[in-house]
Design a protein around this ligand. Structure first.
Ligand code: GDP
Length: 471
């Protein structure tokens, strides 16, 4: 269902009846002029007439990054990383509450994945998703979002394993590091010692003749935080971060969720062009017309320029974090791109994950727990899927048949009902409609959690049940 026969005939300059006859010849007996065919079929037919299908698949090439030296200066996009308990959350909270949108009343209280801060030296964008995971997830999708890593190191603790890991991540991604030595308000803080430790990791402060900006802060009292923010804004100029402000928008999905009242809400970061209300957007295998744009503080806006995070309403599903989005010309284009991507994914899946015959025979003997996951945000659904599947052992397998976003509904139960040893897991979501009675009737357990390790504990128990059936 991607290309209309009539459109195709028109574009190739051949009679539709000839196309249809060709399709009949390929065994598609029921095709009429009112039908559409998928991209693969269209390619085959077109080849018969000496054509190749172009522009059906959208240019999937790197489109971000190609712009680097063009356009206007833009705000830097910053991710905070560091060892656990060194103060990431406290720093982000402090910035969010006190600085966002130049002191918009009360700042932002809800969690939306990214926000923009105004400083005397210019704006700075913060990515506010659990540091390492977000960075990792986005990088694994090839999304280059972060311009600067703020490495937070507690002055009373110093360089720790995760600190080194963060340094390695940033270096690998060729992202510059600004260090924030935190907790300087604590009596046992020792900034000099931490600076020595950082030097061993190759991060030499400016006052020692090095090139690394090292800020001394207290995320708790706010001391030094303004200076840190200003130095980040200055970095944007030093790094010459630019983006074109005209043309169709493109960028990256930071987070997405399904909201009861508002439908899919995606926090996106615009990285090029200008995003408008009413634009047609494609992200991963989802698309839609932009129904509304909101700032992280919940203010309605008509458009968004590069280095601006906005909440976008109107997509027909929740794309995973790290996926790119871009604006296309028409809904028809959007449909074609989406169906092309689905098709490609299916093909890849059947090639990559299709188990060999031998594997299938082997796996037959092993009981397997089939799980349907529903979570409040795509990031959690994926994290849970990975974590649970890793529990698989030789004698019991854990297979996630679907990991999606939203409340547990009838469709999920039906999906689970078709599987052996099914289990439905909700993560921060409720069960709605007839799902609960239907699940009871089908004897499918529905379990909800808000902490991942509780879910893993429960799955381990179920796995043991499967190993030792009760008679
Ligand atoms: P995260 O694990 O890196 O997100 O660390 P948190 O932000 O959760 O901070 C860990 C603990 O350190 C919390 O109890 C914070 O209140 C405390 N903390 C964070 N920043 C400071 C600071 O600047 N000074 C003091 N005294 N405590 C801080």
């Amino acid at each position: 269902e991607a290309i209309q026969i009539s459109d195709m005939a028109h574009q190739m300059g051949v009679k539709a009846s000839r196309l249809i006859r060709t399709l009949w010849g390929m065994g598609m007996r029921n095709i009429t002029i009112n039908n559409a065919v998928d991209v693969e079929t269209a390619e085959l037919v077109a080849a018969e007439f000496g054509y190749t299908i172009e522009n059906v698949s959208f240019q999937e090439d790197e489109f971000i990054g190609a712009y680097e030296d063009e356009g206007e200066l833009r705000a830097p996009v910053v991710t905070i990383m560091g060892h656990v308990d060194h103060g990431k959350t406290t720093l982000l909270d402090h910035i969010r509450k006190s600085q966002v949108a130049g002191g918009e009343a009360g700042g932002i209280t809800q969690h939306i994945g990214a926000y923009r801060v105004e400083t005397d030296q210019g704006p700075v964008v913060f990515i506010d998703t659990p540091g390492h995971e977000a960075f990792g997830a986005m990088r694994s999708r090839g999304a280059a979002v972060t311009d600067i890593v703020v490495l937070i190191v507690a002055a009373d603790d110093g360089v720790m394993p995760t600190t080194r890991e963060a340094i390695a991540h940033a270096k690998e991604a060729e992202v510059p590091i600004v260090v924030a030595i935190n907790k300087i308000d604590k009596p046992d803080s020792n900034v000099g010692r931490v600076e020595q430790m950082l030097m061993k990791e190759g991060l030499v402060g400016e006052k020692f003749g090095g090139e690394t900006t090292i800020a001394h802060i207290s995320a708790k009292t706010g001391e030094g935080v303004n200076e840190l923010l200003e130095s980040l804004a200055v970095q944007a100029e030093v790094l010459e971060l630019r983006a074109p402000v005209e043309g169709p928008a493109a960028g990256t999905v930071i987070e997405s969720r399904v909201d009861k009242g508002r439908g899919t809400v995606a926090t996106v970061l615009v990285q090029a062009g200008e995003l408008h209300k009413g634009d047609i957007v494609v992200a991963n295998e989802f698309s839609g017309k932009v129904r509304g744009l909101y700032t992280p503080a919940g203010k309605k806006v008509k458009n968004a320029l590069p280095s601006t995070p906005v909440e976008l309403l109107g997509l027909d599903g929740a794309p995973p974090a790290g996926e790119r989005f871009h604006v296309v010309d028409s809904e028809k284009d959007a449909r074609q791109i989406v169906s092309h991507r689905r098709e490609q994914r299916r093909r890849k899946e059947s090639v990559l994950s299709g188990p060999s015959l031998l594997e299938r025979i082997k796996s037959k003997k092993v009981p397997s727990l089939k799980i349907v996951i529903k979570a409040d945000v795509q990031g959690s659904a994926e994290a849970l899927k990975n974590t649970l599947e890793e529990l698989s052992v030789e004698k019991v397998r854990v297979e996630v048949i679907q990991a999606g976003v939203g409340a547990i509904n009838e469709t999920d139960v039906k999906l689970a009902a078709a599987a052996e040893n099914p289990l439905i897991i909700g993560f921060n979501v409720k069960t709605v409609g007839k799902a609960a009675p239907l699940a009871e009737h089908e004897k499918i357990p529905i379990e909800t959690f808000s902490v991942i390790y509780e879910a893993t504990d429960r799955i381990r128990e179920r796995m043991i049940d499967l190993l030792e059936p009760e008679y």
